[in-house]
Design a protein around this ligand. Structure first.
Ligand code: ARG
Length: 464
């Protein structure tokens, strides 16, 4: 027979844990990241135990002091994390007992690691959400800055990546702004789901001690204690919700990234990124690669994968807590880190984009981007839209053959296609006239863009 188990939970065991199992089972390697929130939860729990008379005030004071010491040790890198103590919770509890003896052994009264870990993860994520929301706001401000600077800059707008109609660069930036606005709304909803306190659910059934759960919830700034103990210890849907927010955010981030990559290519040459956000090639001396947007685009893979990992992790788990849930942390932490880093990278880079206005103007003038304007012009002269579409199609074909832009055709050439065309057509065939005419609410005209920038600033100030 081997030695008896020395674990915190070893009472009923007759042999020590297998060495491999010990490693395999341990989560401290990654969940030590929760230490601040674990200590924060323990403080509130200890104070509540004193408040209801389970801990005497002396023990409570000793515990609180020791928790401060432990936190300082961890921050200073002086804390010895032990794999044999399995996770962050038991590492901290063991050190607490080392420091204050019996008082430390009382901290786990009315508590289980099941409600403890669920609380820690929620506390951790709530902080992460608040931090990320600030980063997203910074990204929105960065986007608004360029939108303002380029509110009247003309560029081609695309559908199917073919030149479609003339738009303004500021308008394109405001589209990015809208995507991120909705991501922030989703993040706020996720915060509501996260901001619920499991402590007091104990292992799964609640506790026989008269725990004051409202007291703890208040201390920890949770909106409410959880309403069902089985659900509180077992579900991780709030983490799934965060990863789902992350996945949709990255659908947007990758689209922005892709446009930045395309626009910096020699073929487009719409924008330049500052050198400090790019790298060179070790073999091709001429190259300047847009690594930052490429990496953001690439990191979308892990953000999507993390969502799928958590969905699969929770699928079919019977109530209540299962050890499977230990696997929630790495995908969640990775999503938090990836979202944070990529949003910061874009927020730092985007205000320094150099917009090549002349290239954009030339690109807008090629590709017959004002053809729809000509059709609309004919409709305003009472030509039915379908006929106008046909007429303009033939005009474009003719212009291509002549190797001319639409506004380079002479009036008599245009009139061959429709007698309804007169001198005033040239106003609408110019790219400036074209964008200015798209003056519907939320449209691309510089006047609308200016208006939407003002509204966007108000919305930012009022958000939350
Ligand atoms: N490390 C565990 C986790 O992350 C803590 C909870 C363990 N609970 C248990 N009953 N074994 O889920």
């Amino acid at each position: 027979m081997s030695n008896k188990s020395t674990k915190l939970w070893g009472g009923r065991f007759t042999e020590a844990t297998d060495e491999f199992v010990e490693q395999f089972n341990a989560s401290v390697g990654f969940d030590k990241r929760l230490f601040k929130h674990d200590i924060q939860g323990s403080r509130a729990h200890a104070e509540m135990l004193a408040h209801i008379g389970i801990l005497n005030s002396h023990d409570c004071a000793e515990i609180l002091k020791a928790l401060d010491t432990i936190e300082a040790e961890i921050v200073a890198g002086d804390f010895e994390w032990k794999t044999e103590l399995e996770d962050v919770h038991m590492n901290i509890e063991a050190r607490l007992t080392e420091l204050v003896g019996d008082a430390g052994k009382r901290i786990h009264t009315g508590r289980s690691r099941n409600d403890q870990v669920a609380t820690d993860v929620r506390l951790y994520l709530r902080d992460a959400i608040d931090d990320i929301d600030q980063r997203l706001e910074a990204l929105q401000n960065a986007i608004l800055k360029i939108a303002e600077q380029e509110s009247a800059t003309i560029m081609p707008g695309f559908t199917h990546l073919q030149v479609a109609q003339v738009i303004t660069f500021g308008h394109h930036m405001l589209a990015w702004f809208e995507m991120i606005s909705r991501d922030r709304i989703r993040l706020q909803q996720c915060r509501v789901s996260t901001n619920v306190m499991p402590l007091g659910a104990a292992a799964l059934a609640g506790s026989s001690f008269a725990l004051d759960r409202d007291f703890v919830a208040k201390k920890l700034n949770f909106a409410t204690p959880s309403h069902n103990s089985l659900d509180a210890v077992s579900d991780r849907d709030f983490a799934i919700e965060f990863c789902s927010f992350g996945a949709i955010l990255f659908a947007h981030m990758s689209r922005i990234a892709e446009e930045l990559v395309l626009w910096t290519s020699t073929q487009f040459n719409f924008i330049d990124l500052p050198d400090r956000f790019c790298t060179g090639s070790s073999i091709m001396p001429q190259k300047k690669n847009p690594d930052v947007p490429e990496l953001v685009r690439g990191k979308t893979a892990r953000v999507y994968a993390n969502l799928f990992a958590l969905l699969t992790l929770m699928k079919s788990q019977p109530l209540a807590y299962n050890k499977d849930n230990q696997e929630d942390k790495e995908p969640l932490f990775d999503t938090v880190d990836t979202v944070h880093d990529c949003v910061v990278a874009f927020a730092n880079m985007i205000p320094h984009i150099k917009v090549n206005k002349e290239v954009l103007m030339q690109a807008a003038q090629q590709g017959y981007a004002t053809a729809t304007d000509l059709a609309d012009y004919l409709v305003k002269k009472k030509v039915p839209f379908r006929d106008a579409h046909e007429v303009v199609g033939m005009t474009v074909q003719y212009a291509i053959q002549q190797n001319k832009k639409l506004d380079e055709l002479a009036l008599h050439e245009l009139q061959k296609f429709s007698p309804s065309i007169s001198e005033d057509v040239f106003k609408i065939l110019s790219v400036e006239g074209s964008v200015a005419s798209k003056n519907t609410y939320g449209g691309t005209s510089p006047a609308q863009v200016t208006k939407q920038i003002k509204l966007a600033k108000q919305r930012l100030a009022e958000f939350k």
